[in-house]
Design a protein around this ligand. Structure first.
Ligand code: ZN
Length: 441
């Protein structure tokens, strides 16, 4: 079952119970939707975890959560292993050692691989209440979501005090946040084709851009915000501002929306990327930002996947743009040996799956067989180490010449189109890159 829908249902139950018990009417903070290391194998679709806030007692909260999970999660499915963790609301405050451990755990869940034993160790230290179904793996994501909240809170505190200036040190990995307004379908429609008025989505997307992004893919004519899975989501609108996301969601004409929730999320932030100094420090199961030189002419292989090789003094790695990345493959095909670029993507089986790349410098000339200045014909080899010679007039040339090459790329960042974007990958239109950008929309 869709993680965000379970979370939304839980949030509603918690709020209902809070209303019974207290009357100050302050709204709960927005729920937090965190995407963890996309390279982890055992995961929910998109490796998502959610953190919710409640004024209820932890034991009561856990019991409410348990009832909803029992009802909604497909707990008999061996691949479904939900987990719940309840942390006190001092999460975020510096000076509480436990919070450092939980934040470190969340970073590891974002950047590396964790075991159930890792989660149990931190739960043991903090004394947080937890509950799990199946093999208990869900507690990893649940604990990481608490840690992500700590990171966010610390980043906000650092911003507010404006004295520390070291956002990365305080909230590292969880400093950049975006929003997603998710609209859910009526239960009786789950699994049936979604009724969404296509033109209204393009119109709303255009209105909201660039604050709201990845709503549609204009070139592929695809409604990116509408999922294809039989899940309860009707559409999810992503962007930098919660109100702008809600406005776009509200402007989409469709079947009735059963309910709606706006999440704070690390989607579209590149939070998963490690900066690697050299190619020999790149390892499977993690995602990187790393520089190098193109070693081989890109090659389109069976299935339409485009492969090339990136090299530096320390080694080499194969890079691939898969068929679903569509027009991005033309950008990769336009690269050539000698080009210096920076690539971003996840590494598995020794291959980096390209999410974006930056052209740092392009090779503008190549060594070529000379052309005869008189006949304008390609010369031919005059024999080993004998230089070149025109067959028609006999003009000779001592060696190959530098010839200018036409290039179809410019300096700066290129990215996969919205239809192929991974949840956590940052769209170029969001800005903050170290070179000019060529955003896809
Ligand atoms: Zn000639």
């Amino acid at each position: 079952m869709c993680t965000t829908y379970v979370a939304h249902t839980i949030a509603q139950r918690l709020q209902d119970r809070e209303r019974d018990g207290r009357s100050d009417g302050t709204p709960a903070p927005q729920p937090l939707l965190v995407r963890l290391n996309p390279a982890v194998e055992h995961k929910t679709r998109g490796n998502a975890a959610v953190a919710l806030h409640t004024t209820l007692d932890p034991a009561e909260a856990v019991s409410i959560v348990g009832r909803v999970v029992n009802r909604l999660a497909e707990a008999d499915d061996p691949n479904t292993n939900p987990g719940v963790v309840a942390a006190p609301d001092d999460a975020g405050w510096s000076g509480i050692d436990d919070n450092d451990a939980v934040l470190a755990f969340a970073r590891a869940a974002l950047w590396d691989h964790l075991t159930i034993a890792d989660a149990e160790r931190v739960l043991g230290v903090t004394g947080y209440q937890s509950e799990s179904w199946g093999n208990g793996r869900g507690r990893i994501g649940a604990l990481a979501a608490v840690g992500a909240w700590i990171g966010r809170r610390r980043a906000l505190e650092a911003d507010a005090s404006a004295t520390t200036g070291d956002r990365e040190g305080t909230g590292g990995g969880f400093t950049d946040w975006t929003y997603e307004c998710i609209s859910y379908r009526q239960r009786e429609r789950w699994g049936t084709p979604r009724e969404v008025a296509e033109e209204s989505v393009y119109r709303a997307a255009e209105e909201g851009y660039p604050t709201v992004w990845d709503t549609v893919d204009r070139d592929e004519r695809e409604l990116v915000c509408v999922p294809h899975t039989p899940c309860p989501i009707l559409h999810g609108v992503r962007g930098d501002d919660p109100d702008a996301c809600e406005t776009v969601a509200g402007a989409i004409e469709s079947e009735p929306v059963a309910t709606r929730e706006t999440f704070v999320t690390n989607q579209g932030t590149d939070a998963h990327l490690h900066d690697a100094e050299h190619l020999d420090s790149v390892a499977d199961g993690r995602a990187y930002r790393v520089a190098g030189t193109i070693g081989s002419r890109p090659e389109t292989k069976r299935g339409g996947h485009v492969f090339t090789t990136l090299e530096d003094d320390s080694g080499a790695i194969e890079c691939v743009a898969f068929e679903p990345t569509k027009r991005f493959r033309d950008r990769v095909r336009a690269l050539g040996p000698g080009d210096r670029i920076t690539v971003c993507g996840e590494v598995s089986d020794g291959t980096l799956k390209l999410e974006k790349f930056a052209v740092r410098s392009l090779r503008r000339t190549e060594r070529a067989t000379p052309t005869c200045p008189d006949c304008d014909r390609r010369m031919e080899s005059a024999g080993r180490e004998q230089g070149y010679r025109c067959r028609d007039c006999g003009t000779q040339a001592p060696e190959k010449v530098e010839r200018e090459i036409e290039r179809d790329l410019e300096s700066g960042w290129y990215e996969v189109p919205p239809c192929a974007r991974r949840h956590v990958a940052k769209p170029l239109v969001r800005g903050g890159f170290d070179a000019p950008t060529h955003p896809e929309r």
